[in-house]
Design a protein around this ligand. Structure first.
Ligand code: PLP
Length: 344
């Protein structure tokens, strides 16, 4: 009721309005969360826990923050089925459609993949599921700011976002729910976010999220990404770029250098000052091949030598070429070392 509380409320309301108009949604449908992971968990747990036991259909290339909660539900008795993408990295809507059943309680498909950048046919899938009354979760964490998003056009039931993918603060995101959908709160408490996500709101985070909307022109990185890929394949002739033939995010490149191990490459690149990632799940400390590349049917060797690069503000074409030179240097150094140890 006091002035300080009202000032905080105004920041929250303005930020909600800003996000709503950016993504074409109603402000009331937005639940601010601690990030994309929480948004996905809230959609999956929050929705499924209000349903009868049944069947969940998920693309095999989802982020772990979708796959892991679904696996938990499987342990609790829910049927879980994965739909693999085609070898080009895009899922086939008909493959999804043919597996929908009377008991399907939720379908999950991301708008764009975080490893390959491949854009997925969410609009089409949402239309099909809508006709059959089956709810869809679209993880749009990677798509925000990089692809046109209109929640109303998609007609998705749940859509998740994260601020740090567009240059906003880490630790804040949002779940958008279609009108009429309901979720069981994961954090019962003081009833914030219309009783869908209790806990004092992260006002600085939410304000930072709103301030970041539209600030970075990601389309501007696509010529740099494309010339990087052209030069890479000229310099390292056996390198191959994943999902190059399909629509991708403008700033993402995932490629493999046969015979190389991505963990070794990442360490060497880090020493040379490059911050890039591999397709594998290194966060757990274990070096497992990428589940995305495996689902696309890539060989173990291709998956092991895969690197992903995200171009962002501050990167120049010179940086991109310097990365290629460094990759070539590392490879010839490692080949020399392997040759020397064979001679010994
Ligand atoms: C596709 C996708 N979904 C969800 C997440 C998780 O978002 P957050 O890091 O905000 O929890 C990420 C993060 O990399 C992502 O790429």
């Amino acid at each position: 009721m006091h002035w300080a509380g009202r000032a905080a409320r105004r920041v929250l309301d303005d930020s909600r309005e800003a996000l709503a108009s950016y993504i074409g949604a109603d402000a009331a449908s937005i639940i601010f969360t601690s990030g994309g992971t929480e948004a996905n968990n809230l959609a999956i747990y929050g929705h499924l826990s209000r349903q009868q036991p049944g069947h969940t259909l998920v693309s095999a290339i989802e982020h772990p923050s979708v796959l892991q909660p679904c696996e938990r539900w499987k342990e609790m008795g829910m049927q879980l089925e994965y739909v693999r993408p085609e070898s080009d990295g895009v899922v086939d809507v008909e493959a999804f459609e043919s597996r929908l059943t009377e008991d399907t309680r939720l379908v999950c498909l991301m708008a764009a993949n975080n490893e390959t950048g491949a854009v997925q046919p969410v609009q089409k899938l949402c239309e099909i599921c809508r006709e059959r009354g089956i709810p869809v979760l679209v993880d749009a964490v990677q798509a925000l700011g990089k692809l046109p998003i209109s929640i109303k056009d998609w007609g998705a039931d749940f859509v998740s976002f994260s601020a740090h993918k567009i240059g906003g603060p880490k630790g804040v995101g949002a779940l958008v729910m279609r009108r009429g959908m309901q979720v069981q709160e994961l954090t019962p408490g003081g009833g914030q976010e219309r009783r869908r996500r209790s806990g004092t709101e992260n006002i600085p985070g939410v304000a930072g999220f709103a301030a970041a909307l539209g600030e970075i022109d990601f389309q501007a990185f696509s010529p740099m990404r494309d010339s990087f890929e052209r030069e890479l394949c000229k310099t390292l002739e056996d390198a191959s770029v994943f999902c190059r033939e399909v629509e991708r995010l403008p700033n993402t490149s995932m490629f493999c250098i046969p015979g190389m191990d991505s963990e070794t490459l990442l360490m060497q690149l880090d020493l040379a000052g490059f911050a890039v990632a591999s397709g594998s799940a290194c966060s757990s400390g274990k070096h497992e091949p990428s589940h995305v590349l495996a689902a696309m049917g890539c060989s173990g060797e291709a998956a092991r030598g895969s690197i992903r690069v995200s171009f962002g503000p501050g990167n120049t074409e010179e940086d991109a070429y310097a990365l290629i030179e460094e990759l070539a240097r590392i490879r010839s150094r490692l080949q020399d070392m392997a040759g020397a140890s064979l001679e010994e």
